[in-house]
Design a protein around this ligand. Structure first.
Ligand SMILES: Nc1ncnc2c1ncn2[C@@H]1O[C@H](COP(=O)(O)OP(=O)(O)OP(=O)(O)O)[C@@H](O)[C@H]1O
Length: 334
């Protein structure tokens, strides 16, 4: 795919949002959101319920009029996007329940035809329907009525509908809700394929942090209308100084040590040199869930970027790296 080049020779970002504000009545739900997505990047937009994720996505899709700020999506202001611009976008909404009487292949074939006029030498539109059915794992269900599909199959169809026009940018709102683990794995492979081979830019929302960590090049955390974190899962963990936790057993006694800075390998090497009887050695890095909980907690309690108490992150049996705020701490647990 040929990418548009900016005057400085770099590719234009697929999404460029600057100081975006949204007010519903007297309530500000977005208060100065800024971020970009480069071509081929996979971004996960995370945040608690009501944080403003759907509002942000709907503004980018051109379905909602913003109160203030600058927004460019594939080089266009979404408020003025024409049909040709819309044909370059794919949208997978949280759910839609019409077309129940249509059959799967029939509906995809019908929708595919709308994209024919928007085919270009670089991007041939639409996607071949049988190939698309194979890609999303619906070949066996191609002749079923849509109302006869299971929830997960229906979600695969939603994804197929979103990408049938071979979009350059796809918005996926909680795409794998209702997927079984196998379908989820297949969907993740599809996202990687779209991003890596077709250079498709993907912005997804999810409440599944494991999914965000697996799929996203970059994670944006939105809380109470503003972006409180923007970076890879590793960068966010570093930003929160959430290092690793080393656990081991000596003579039946369990030990835990938090390494809050740098690579835990040095600590492990020293430990093994010092204690030849170590067994059951484990190194556990902070999960995205640890980091997410810490970042949202920090944003909501107004703690400063550096310093302040590090919050406890709930739901972590046996403690988290964040709890061992000092690398001097060494606990013994039996
Ligand atoms: N049309 C509307 N009119 C008034 N308030 C709205 C409207 N749509 C959303 N809101 C409010 O804006 C805030 C952000 O909602 P939004 O749906 O963008 O959040 P979200 O992050 O997508 O949440 P969730 O994770 O629950 O889907 C919420 O407080 C919501 O009540």
């Amino acid at each position: 795919m040929t990418e548009p080049q900016a005057s400085d020779g770099t590719a234009d970002p697929a999404i460029d949002v600057r100081d975006l504000w949204m007010r519903y009545g007297t309530k500000d739900v977005l208060t100065g959101v800024s971020f970009t997505a480069q071509r081929g990047e996979v971004l996960a937009l995370l945040g608690p319920n009501g944080a403003g994720k759907s509002t942000t996505i709907e503004i980018l899709e051109g379905f909602r009029t913003r109160s203030a700020g600058e927004v460019s999506v594939l080089g266009q202001d979404p408020l003025h996007g024409d049909e040709a611009w819309r044909a370059r976008l794919g949208v997978v909404l949280q759910s839609w329940r019409d077309h129940g009487r249509w059959r799967v292949r029939e509906l995809l074939g019908y929708l595919a035809r709308f994209y024919v006029p928007f085919s270009t030498p670089e991007v041939q539109r639409p996607w071949d329907v049988d190939e698309l059915l194979r890609t999303v794992g619906l070949t066996e269900h191609a002749n079923l009525k849509i109302k006869a599909l299971s929830g997960g199959q229906r979600r695969r169809l939603d994804v197929a509908i979103g990408i049938v026009g071979r979009p350059e940018l796809v918005f996926l709102d909680e795409p794998t809700a209702g997927f079984d683990p196998h379908a989820r794995r297949e969907f993740h492979d599809l996202v990687h394929r779209l991003a890596d081979f077709d250079n498709t830019t993907i912005l997804l929302t999810t409440h599944d942090l494991d999914e965000a960590e697996k799929l996203a090049d970059r994670i944006l955390i939105l809380d109470k209308g503003s972006i409180v974190a923007n970076g890879s899962a590793e960068a966010l963990a570093r930003q929160m100084a959430q290092g690793a936790e080393v656990r081991w057993t000596i003579a039946g006694e369990r030990h835990v040590h938090a390494v809050t800075e740098g690579d835990p390998t040095g600590f492990v090497r020293g430990l093994l040199a010092r204690e030849p009887d170590v067994v059951d050695l484990e190194v556990r890095h902070a999960s995205l869930e640890d980091t997410y909980m810490a970042l949202v907690h920090r944003a909501e309690t107004g703690q400063a970027e550096s310093g302040g108490d590090r919050p406890e992150t709930p739901g972590q049996a046996g403690g988290t790296p964040a709890e061992g705020a000092s690398s001097e701490i060494e606990e013994v647990r039996s």
